[in-house]
Design a protein around this ligand. Structure first.
Ligand code: THU
Length: 134
């Protein structure tokens, strides 16, 4: 993912971050998943009074991509305002692996511009898959 790509995804992520519904953790997160078409899908975390039902931003972005008819992730950006950029939780790594490959870039950025770059394979080595990786 080149710098311009990342900058454009950050603009999208910043725009939707205020829509995060995180009244219990006060930890808003937004995510952008880019499908193989080049279209970007955004998601924010959506929490619930029944705490374990919280849904992460990455999961919501993947859901939007699949609902739009896409099945392959080209790149992922996760945006938070924490001192250290938030990285996808274990469940999200598995959900991303369903539609992304070991080479899929995952970039985690905070509002100060601190950036951590990974591939999905680094975040989830030996991912469990029943289909060949896309
Ligand atoms: N969260 C995300 O949405 N994505 C991440 O990458 C890390 C954690 C959410 C889940 C929960 O709503 C809040 O952040 C605190 O864990």
């Amino acid at each position: 993912m080149n710098a311009t790509d990342v900058e454009n995804l950050i603009i999208l992520a910043r725009k939707v971050l205020p829509n995060a519904y995180a009244p219990y953790s006060n930890f808003p997160v937004s995510a952008v998943v880019v499908g193989e078409s080049g279209r970007a899908y955004v998601g924010v975390n959506v929490e619930n009074a029944a705490y374990p039902l919280a849904r992460c931003a990455e999961q919501m972005a993947v859901g939007a991509m699949v609902a739009a008819g896409e099945r392959r992730i080209r790149e992922v950006l996760v945006f938070s305002t924490s001192r250290e950029p938030a990285t996808p939780c274990g469940a999200c790594r598995q959900i991303l692996a369903e539609f992304g490959s070991d080479e899929t870039p995952v970039v985690c950025v905070n509002d100060e511009g601190k950036t951590l770059r990974f591939t999905l394979g680094e975040l989830l080595p030996a991912a469990f898959r029943l289909k060949p990786s896309p």
